[in-house]
Design a protein around this ligand. Structure first.
Ligand code: ZN
Length: 249
Protein backbone atom coordinates (compact mmCIF):
# COMPACT_ATOMS: atom_id res chain seq x y z
CA UNK A 1 0.00 0.00 0.00
CA UNK A 2 1.25 3.44 -0.89
CA UNK A 3 0.75 6.09 1.78
CA UNK A 4 1.21 9.87 1.78
CA UNK A 5 1.21 12.12 4.84
CA UNK A 6 0.76 15.89 4.85
CA UNK A 7 1.61 18.09 7.85
CA UNK A 8 -0.16 21.47 7.92
CA UNK A 9 -0.82 24.21 10.48
CA UNK A 10 -4.43 25.36 9.97
CA UNK A 11 -7.68 23.96 8.59
CA UNK A 12 -7.74 25.17 4.93
CA UNK A 13 -3.96 24.67 4.40
CA UNK A 14 -4.70 21.13 3.18
CA UNK A 15 -6.86 22.49 0.37
CA UNK A 16 -4.86 25.57 -0.54
CA UNK A 17 -1.38 24.08 -0.72
CA UNK A 18 -1.87 20.33 -1.21
CA UNK A 19 -5.50 19.78 -2.27
CA UNK A 20 -5.02 18.84 -5.92
CA UNK A 21 -2.24 16.37 -5.20
CA UNK A 22 -4.10 14.81 -2.26
CA UNK A 23 -7.13 14.13 -4.45
CA UNK A 24 -5.02 12.95 -7.40
CA UNK A 25 -3.06 10.45 -5.34
CA UNK A 26 -6.24 9.12 -3.74
CA UNK A 27 -7.41 8.38 -7.29
CA UNK A 28 -4.15 6.53 -7.87
CA UNK A 29 -4.84 4.27 -4.89
CA UNK A 30 -2.68 6.07 -2.33
CA UNK A 31 -3.86 6.19 1.29
CA UNK A 32 -3.69 9.83 2.44
CA UNK A 33 -3.30 11.30 5.94
CA UNK A 34 -3.36 14.95 7.01
CA UNK A 35 -2.05 16.11 10.37
CA UNK A 36 -3.20 19.68 10.99
CA UNK A 37 -1.39 21.05 14.04
CA UNK A 38 -4.00 23.62 15.17
CA UNK A 39 -7.80 24.05 14.92
CA UNK A 40 -7.18 27.58 13.55
CA UNK A 41 -8.83 29.29 16.51
CA UNK A 42 -6.84 32.54 16.12
CA UNK A 43 -7.95 33.27 12.55
CA UNK A 44 -8.70 36.84 11.48
CA UNK A 45 -11.95 35.73 9.87
CA UNK A 46 -14.20 34.46 12.65
CA UNK A 47 -17.26 33.13 10.82
CA UNK A 48 -19.56 34.57 13.49
CA UNK A 49 -17.89 32.59 16.29
CA UNK A 50 -18.14 34.16 19.74
CA UNK A 51 -14.79 32.94 21.00
CA UNK A 52 -11.70 30.92 20.08
CA UNK A 53 -13.18 27.63 21.26
CA UNK A 54 -16.26 28.08 19.10
CA UNK A 55 -14.18 29.01 16.06
CA UNK A 56 -11.92 26.01 16.63
CA UNK A 57 -14.95 23.70 16.71
CA UNK A 58 -16.37 25.30 13.58
CA UNK A 59 -13.08 24.91 11.74
CA UNK A 60 -12.72 21.26 12.79
CA UNK A 61 -16.05 20.59 11.08
CA UNK A 62 -14.99 22.54 8.00
CA UNK A 63 -11.77 20.52 7.91
CA UNK A 64 -13.79 17.29 8.03
CA UNK A 65 -15.93 18.50 5.12
CA UNK A 66 -12.82 19.39 3.10
CA UNK A 67 -11.33 15.96 3.87
CA UNK A 68 -14.51 14.38 2.50
CA UNK A 69 -14.16 16.32 -0.74
CA UNK A 70 -10.47 15.41 -1.03
CA UNK A 71 -11.26 11.77 -0.06
CA UNK A 72 -8.68 11.78 2.72
CA UNK A 73 -8.21 8.43 4.47
CA UNK A 74 -7.26 9.94 7.83
CA UNK A 75 -7.65 13.62 8.73
CA UNK A 76 -6.52 14.74 12.20
CA UNK A 77 -6.77 18.20 13.75
CA UNK A 78 -4.35 18.35 16.67
CA UNK A 79 -4.82 20.74 19.57
CA UNK A 80 -1.81 23.04 19.44
CA UNK A 81 -2.46 26.79 19.74
CA UNK A 82 -2.96 28.69 16.48
CA UNK A 83 -0.44 31.50 16.02
CA UNK A 84 1.78 30.16 18.81
CA UNK A 85 3.63 27.22 17.27
CA UNK A 86 6.98 29.03 17.51
CA UNK A 87 6.56 29.21 21.28
CA UNK A 88 6.04 25.49 21.85
CA UNK A 89 8.56 23.05 23.20
CA UNK A 90 10.07 21.46 20.11
CA UNK A 91 10.58 18.02 21.62
CA UNK A 92 6.89 17.65 22.45
CA UNK A 93 5.55 18.43 18.98
CA UNK A 94 8.24 16.47 17.13
CA UNK A 95 7.59 13.50 19.40
CA UNK A 96 3.86 13.60 18.58
CA UNK A 97 4.53 13.82 14.84
CA UNK A 98 7.14 11.06 15.02
CA UNK A 99 4.63 8.74 16.68
CA UNK A 100 2.04 9.52 13.96
CA UNK A 101 4.64 8.72 11.28
CA UNK A 102 5.59 5.45 12.97
CA UNK A 103 1.90 4.49 13.10
CA UNK A 104 0.85 5.52 9.56
CA UNK A 105 4.16 4.55 7.90
CA UNK A 106 4.01 6.79 4.81
CA UNK A 107 6.54 6.55 1.99
CA UNK A 108 6.11 10.26 1.16
CA UNK A 109 5.75 13.26 3.49
CA UNK A 110 4.61 16.71 2.35
CA UNK A 111 4.68 19.93 4.32
CA UNK A 112 5.34 23.66 3.94
CA UNK A 113 8.78 25.05 3.17
CA UNK A 114 10.66 26.81 6.00
CA UNK A 115 9.76 30.22 4.53
CA UNK A 116 6.15 29.40 5.43
CA UNK A 117 4.58 29.10 1.98
CA UNK A 118 3.38 32.05 -0.06
CA UNK A 119 1.85 33.71 3.02
CA UNK A 120 5.03 33.31 5.08
CA UNK A 121 2.87 32.47 8.13
CA UNK A 122 5.02 31.65 11.16
CA UNK A 123 2.87 28.59 11.91
CA UNK A 124 3.58 27.26 8.41
CA UNK A 125 7.30 27.69 9.05
CA UNK A 126 7.02 25.81 12.32
CA UNK A 127 4.96 23.02 10.72
CA UNK A 128 7.85 22.68 8.26
CA UNK A 129 10.49 22.60 11.00
CA UNK A 130 8.62 20.10 13.18
CA UNK A 131 7.71 17.84 10.24
CA UNK A 132 11.27 17.94 8.89
CA UNK A 133 12.71 16.79 12.21
CA UNK A 134 10.04 14.10 12.58
CA UNK A 135 10.81 12.93 9.02
CA UNK A 136 14.48 12.45 9.89
CA UNK A 137 14.00 11.05 13.37
CA UNK A 138 11.08 8.64 12.84
CA UNK A 139 13.47 6.18 11.21
CA UNK A 140 16.06 6.25 13.98
CA UNK A 141 15.90 3.79 16.85
CA UNK A 142 17.65 6.23 19.18
CA UNK A 143 15.06 9.00 18.79
CA UNK A 144 12.01 8.78 21.08
CA UNK A 145 12.91 5.17 22.04
CA UNK A 146 10.10 5.25 24.64
CA UNK A 147 7.67 4.90 21.68
CA UNK A 148 9.35 1.68 20.55
CA UNK A 149 7.71 -0.57 23.09
CA UNK A 150 6.21 -3.05 20.65
CA UNK A 151 3.26 -1.15 19.17
CA UNK A 152 5.34 0.87 16.67
CA UNK A 153 8.75 0.49 15.04
CA UNK A 154 11.15 3.04 13.56
CA UNK A 155 9.92 4.05 10.11
CA UNK A 156 12.05 5.62 7.43
CA UNK A 157 10.03 7.78 5.01
CA UNK A 158 11.53 7.71 1.52
CA UNK A 159 10.92 11.28 0.39
CA UNK A 160 10.24 14.68 1.98
CA UNK A 161 8.70 17.45 -0.12
CA UNK A 162 8.09 21.10 0.66
CA UNK A 163 5.22 22.92 -1.06
CA UNK A 164 6.59 25.45 -3.51
CA UNK A 165 5.14 28.05 -5.87
CA UNK A 166 6.04 30.12 -8.91
CA UNK A 167 4.50 33.33 -7.59
CA UNK A 168 4.63 35.54 -4.51
CA UNK A 169 1.81 37.52 -2.91
CA UNK A 170 2.13 41.30 -3.16
CA UNK A 171 2.23 43.52 -0.09
CA UNK A 172 3.60 40.93 2.32
CA UNK A 173 6.82 40.32 4.16
CA UNK A 174 9.35 38.74 1.78
CA UNK A 175 9.37 34.96 1.33
CA UNK A 176 12.12 33.04 -0.43
CA UNK A 177 10.55 29.84 -1.76
CA UNK A 178 12.54 26.68 -2.53
CA UNK A 179 12.98 25.81 -6.21
CA UNK A 180 10.28 23.56 -7.65
CA UNK A 181 11.70 20.12 -8.38
CA UNK A 182 8.37 18.32 -8.85
CA UNK A 183 5.48 19.65 -10.91
CA UNK A 184 2.26 17.72 -10.46
CA UNK A 185 -0.43 18.08 -13.11
CA UNK A 186 -3.65 18.04 -11.11
CA UNK A 187 -5.91 18.70 -14.13
CA UNK A 188 -9.57 18.99 -13.18
CA UNK A 189 -8.77 18.41 -9.54
CA UNK A 190 -8.14 22.15 -9.55
CA UNK A 191 -11.93 22.44 -9.25
CA UNK A 192 -11.96 19.87 -6.42
CA UNK A 193 -9.27 21.85 -4.62
CA UNK A 194 -11.31 25.05 -4.96
CA UNK A 195 -14.41 23.20 -3.68
CA UNK A 196 -12.40 21.92 -0.71
CA UNK A 197 -11.24 25.45 0.10
CA UNK A 198 -14.85 26.61 -0.05
CA UNK A 199 -15.76 23.99 2.55
CA UNK A 200 -14.05 26.39 4.97
CA UNK A 201 -17.08 28.64 5.22
CA UNK A 202 -15.70 30.67 8.16
CA UNK A 203 -12.92 31.78 5.79
CA UNK A 204 -15.32 32.99 3.11
CA UNK A 205 -13.62 36.45 2.84
CA UNK A 206 -10.53 34.61 1.51
CA UNK A 207 -12.34 32.56 -1.14
CA UNK A 208 -12.10 35.04 -3.98
CA UNK A 209 -8.39 35.75 -3.64
CA UNK A 210 -7.62 32.07 -3.21
CA UNK A 211 -9.57 31.11 -6.30
CA UNK A 212 -7.94 33.86 -8.34
CA UNK A 213 -4.44 32.64 -7.47
CA UNK A 214 -5.35 28.97 -7.81
CA UNK A 215 -6.66 29.55 -11.33
CA UNK A 216 -3.65 31.67 -12.25
CA UNK A 217 -1.44 28.80 -11.15
CA UNK A 218 -3.52 26.48 -13.32
CA UNK A 219 -3.87 22.73 -13.02
CA UNK A 220 -0.56 22.15 -11.34
CA UNK A 221 1.00 22.05 -7.90
CA UNK A 222 4.71 22.46 -7.24
CA UNK A 223 6.96 20.86 -4.68
CA UNK A 224 10.59 20.83 -3.69
CA UNK A 225 12.30 17.53 -2.92
CA UNK A 226 14.02 18.31 0.37
CA UNK A 227 15.27 14.85 1.34
CA UNK A 228 15.37 11.41 -0.22
CA UNK A 229 16.64 7.99 0.83
CA UNK A 230 18.37 7.85 -2.56
CA UNK A 231 21.37 10.17 -2.58
CA UNK A 232 22.27 11.92 -5.81
CA UNK A 233 21.50 14.88 -8.04
CA UNK A 234 17.91 16.04 -8.27
CA UNK A 235 15.85 15.45 -11.39
CA UNK A 236 12.67 17.32 -12.32
CA UNK A 237 9.82 15.00 -11.32
CA UNK A 238 6.19 14.74 -12.36
CA UNK A 239 5.25 12.06 -9.79
CA UNK A 240 5.79 12.30 -6.03
CA UNK A 241 5.99 8.50 -5.86
CA UNK A 242 8.66 8.19 -8.58
CA UNK A 243 11.28 5.69 -7.43
CA UNK A 244 9.36 4.72 -4.28
CA UNK A 245 9.85 1.15 -3.15
CA UNK A 246 6.73 -0.44 -1.68
CA UNK A 247 7.28 -2.74 1.21
CA UNK A 248 4.95 -4.79 3.33
CA UNK A 249 3.04 -2.87 5.95
ZN1 ZN B 1 -2.33 28.31 7.23
Amino acid sequence: MRRMMVVTAHPDDEASSFGGSLRLYHERGVETCILCLTPGQAATHRGGAHNDRELGEMRRQEFAAACNILKISRGVVMDYPDGQLHRLEMQRVVSDLTLCIREFRPQVLLTFDPAGGVTGHTDHTMASVFATLAFHWAGRGNRFPDQLNGSVNPHRIQKLYYASADFVLPGRQPVTPPPSTAIIEIGNYLETKIDAFRAHTSQQPLWQQFEEYARKRGGREMFHLSASVKPGPVELESDLFAGIIEEGT
